[in-house]
Ligand binder design. Sequence first.
Ligand SMILES: N[C@@H](CCC(=O)N[C@@H](CS)C(=O)NCC(=O)O)C(=O)O
Length: 214
Amino acid sequence: MGIKIHGAAFSTCTQRIAVALREKQVPFELVVVDFANGGHKSPEHVKMQPFGQVPVLEDDGFFLYESRAIVRYISRKYAGQGTELCPTDLKGAALVEQAASVESSNFDAYASPLVFETVFKKMYGQTTDDARVAELRQKLEAKLDVYDTILAKQPYLAGNNLSFADLFHLPYGSMLATGGHGDVITSRPHVKAWFEKLQARPSWKETVAAAQHK
Ligand SMILES: N[C@@H](CCC(=O)N[C@@H](CS)C(=O)NCC(=O)O)C(=O)O
């Protein structure tokens, strides 16, 4: 039995997993959750994901939620296949975890609500809170200034090699531009070069194309 992902091709958290599976060259089936009709809140879905969110990984009777935990599972299960997303040595793995924590605390904490304000609220006909947008943007910019100093010294967030910590940034990082804030990335030369390199990966291009066909 192969890997199934219960999610939606347009969902940022589903994309976080899809890109990792493509890097690992693991075929998977996307079991589409009907968001528009509240499928993510249905009793069947809540049995798999108690918070009523996507994505959920199903692997031969094993269920796992939280996109970053799922990527770590994929990275370990398919170690030695496709792109290595985390080294096995103690210090190398610790540096990847450090970078992953940076993504969660210093990037996602601001980028995700900024995308919510500038993209999703508009999509759902809600009103963007401009004061919140300004505050989130200012905080994100301060963090990205630090990213720029890190990435001036090394090509990837955990060092010389790509890791899942870099890939974690792709969905919300790409949607910043959709919401009119892509310049927080493109105005910082090292962040720009790093992010463009990530976006150029076939795994991401396929993930974007899959979202457009849905
Ligand atoms: N931390 C969770 C977040 C999951 C999440 O926020 N999923 C969104 C779609 S990208 C969702 O299901 N939103 C609907 C909701 O929260 O009700 C993860 O990384 O898997």
